[in-house]
Design a binder for this molecule. Sequence first.
Ligand code: SAM
Length: 161
Amino acid sequence: MREAELSIALQRGLIDELVALDQDPVSLSEVEQRYTAQGMPVKPLQASIRDLIAGRTKVSDFDLIYSAGLYDYLDDKVAKRLSAVLFAALRPGGRLILTNFLKGTKDTGWSEAFMDWFLIYRDQADIEAFADDIPNEQIARLHQYQCPTGSIGYVSIRKKS
Ligand SMILES: C[S@@+](CC[C@H](N)C(=O)[O-])C[C@H]1O[C@@H](n2cnc3c(N)ncnc32)[C@H](O)[C@@H]1O
């Protein structure tokens, strides 16, 4: 979540609360020390995707939900279910942004061989399909883009006001 350090809105106090959700207590402890303890409005929340989908952890009223570095681990069915749960947690007019490493990303062989880091690489159509379980009539706009190096694909889904 190093991008928090680049967020001008967060630095200027324009964000009421940023909830950092992860299942890993060590990652959350780093978030706590690095941001919360420094006075930033960052709330670490320990939960798994399973908790969210089963409704054991409830989330609601977000203007923006952003997932980086997670969907690459999820199969299509779980990815679609999770996206519907996250979309339901948005306020009217809110935005859900999801990311996934793209097929054709350079050096995936190196990552797998030397880092033992196996991800599910997807194309833009696969990433757009994350929205399949979201009721169509609730979507104001869905659009896709990718990072300048063609490594990460994004889908942005805005909820109707
Ligand atoms: C590549 S890291 C990205 C971390 C963070 N999102 C970021 O962008 O800095 C992947 C993270 O996904 C978390 N993760 C993987 N599977 C998960 C699950 N089923 N539920 C919750 N978190 C999960 C891991 O604990 C890990 O911290």
